[in-house]
Design a protein around this ligand. Structure first.
Ligand code: COA
Length: 458
């Protein structure tokens, strides 16, 4: 995506410089294609969580640049970082041996000191990365404020199966009100949380990054929880990456995974977040450059997404969909495939439309205009976004329009088409003539356009 985008800025015009006109066209096409997501994601809250491994392996700057872009697009971002490798380094430095039981670290006083130092170090690295603003980098003019604070209250894990976990804790409460205030305007800060929490008695506890992230996502009723993981995503039983899972499928998959493994741990917290009301949880590989952007702005994403509800929904349009429909049909109006309709007409006729939505973005639409006297209806504006074509959405929209037509007592459906004849012929339409159109429609038939009339018996 955007492979030809050259981030170098032209100092005189302050515009992006691109090598040739093919790239111009590609760039414009790409930028337009992300517009629906930008609209859909504005003011949405995303919790982005990653382990200290990402920082150690040098992935921080690229991630922060991508997050700065999302922030500039109006998304509210909470970052949660881990610091396991940094804690290990601190312990080694002080020649203290790590202790684990039941898959958790036992945090004695020395380990707690190491955890605090490690969290401080990672936090400073992240704050420094967010503060960059050099010209000729994607961070130029970014000026993002980042805030950390005592948003997380913790309690001790306690003694489990005879092991005293000491300063290892779990999240007890999140101060969601203060978090929301920090995230929203004016000020709109990025919130940065470390895997540490405090008890009401003032004690510090070492927490897991996954626990903090899922608890914050639930408390904020975040729209997305995104884990950046070392794994490419969650594999199915044949080892193939699963792109999307319902909550139910995620629960079934969890039972097949090694409970001590990383995939199981991420999945457990993703499931917890979805059950707690977060509509989507994603697991995305941090080793892939730009993976958060790819996951958010590509139809199929690049990792695994777990969703609380059925992702792709076919439904009747509502007034909120006018913008999305215009985005879909405008390129086809411009190239002459569809007859031009203005915003006003779409607004007026919105009840005629059915749409296909995927993760909050419209990918397809079609409209039914009934002529009840002649018991015939017109299907108009059938469109599926180019990136979603070829997977049956066009057919599903046609079926929905046929259903709506039957429900209104119509027994025939017609279309006027200039370029899609074969698609309709394959789906039961037959060629007809202008005389077969209902009278009111015949009056408006555009003889210059010379559209073919195709009719299907219902
Ligand atoms: C026509 C359209 C709605 C089909 O949507 P879709 O989701 O890709 O449809 P489906 O997945 O159900 O069907 C895909 C099949 O249709 C074929 N197809 C796509 N466009 C076609 C066209 N213009 N003519 C003939 N066949 C076409 C594909 O090759 C594919 O064939 P296959 O299954 O044999 O591989 C979509 O291509 C589109 O939006 N086109 C531009 C707008 C348009 O022409 N609308 C109709 C105006 S009257």
């Amino acid at each position: 995506m955007g492979a030809h985008y050259n981030p170098a800025m032209n100092s005189q015009t302050d515009l992006v410089t691109l090598p040739d006109t093919t790239d111009h066209a590609q760039f414009v096409e790409w930028l337009r294609s992300v517009a629906p997501y930008i609209h859909a994601f504005r003011n949405k809250t995303f919790v982005v969580a990653f382990g200290g491994e990402l920082v150690k392996e040098g992935g921080l700057n690229a991630l922060v640049q991508d997050l700065a872009l999302l922030h500039a697009m109006g998304m509210h971002i909470v970052l949660v970082h881990g610091s396991r490798p940094q804690v290990e380094e601190q312990l080694q430095l002080h020649q203290v041996e790590s202790q684990f039981a039941l898959g958790m670290r036992i945090t004695d006083l020395r380990a707690l000191e190491a955890a605090k130092e490690a969290a401080g170090e990672v936090r400073l690295d992240i704050e420094a990365a967010i503060s960059q603003g050099l010209p000729n980098t994607p961070m130029a003019h970014a000026r993002i404020s980042v805030i950390s604070g005592n948003f997380v209250t913790a309690r001790p894990v306690g003694i489990v199966e005879g092991f005293d976990f000491q300063h290892t804790g779990v999240v007890r409460k999140i101060d969601a009100d203060s978090l929301r205030q920090s995230l929203s305007s004016p000020g709109r800060k990025i919130v940065l949380l470390s895997p540490l929490g405090f008890s009401p008695t003032g004690e510090a506890f070492n927490l897991s990054m996954e626990d903090v992230a899922s608890s914050v996502a639930i408390a904020l009723r975040a729209d997305k929880l995104i884990f950046l993981t070392e794994l490419p995503g969650i594999p199915d039983e044949h080892g193939e990456l699963m792109r999307e899972m319902s909550l139910e499928e995620a629960q079934q998959t969890q039972e097949t995974l090694d409970p001590e493994g990383e995939a199981a741990s991420y999945l457990k917290h993703a499931i917890r977040a979805c059950r707690g009301g977060v509509p989507r949880a994603h697991m995305v590989p941090y080793t892939l450059d730009g993976s958060v952007l790819l996951e958010l702005f590509l139809h199929d994403g690049v990792g695994t997404m777990i969703s609380y509800e059925n992702l792709e929904s076919l439904r009747e349009a509502a007034s909120d969909d006018v913008g999305g429909i215009l985005q879909l049909i405008e390129p086809l109006e411009n190239d002459g495939t569809l007859v031009r309709r203005g915003r006003h007409q779409i607004e007026r006729d919105i009840d005629h439309f059915s749409v296909i939505e995927h993760d909050g973005v419209l990918f397809g639409c079609a409209a039914l205009y009934p002529y009840p006297h002649e018991r015939i209806g017109e299907m108009a504006c059938l469109t599926v976004a180019p990136e979603a074509q070829g997977s049956g959405d066009g057919e599903r929209l046609l079926k929905r329009i046929e259903q709506r037509a039957r429900a209104r007592g119509l027994n025939r459906l017609f279309v006027l088409t200039t370029r899609t004849e074969h698609w309709f012929l394959k789906r039961g339409f037959v060629k007809a003539s202008v005389e077969d159109l209902p009278e009111d429609r015949r009056k408006f038939y555009n003889f210059q356009r010379r559209s073919l009339v195709l009719i299907k018996q219902l």
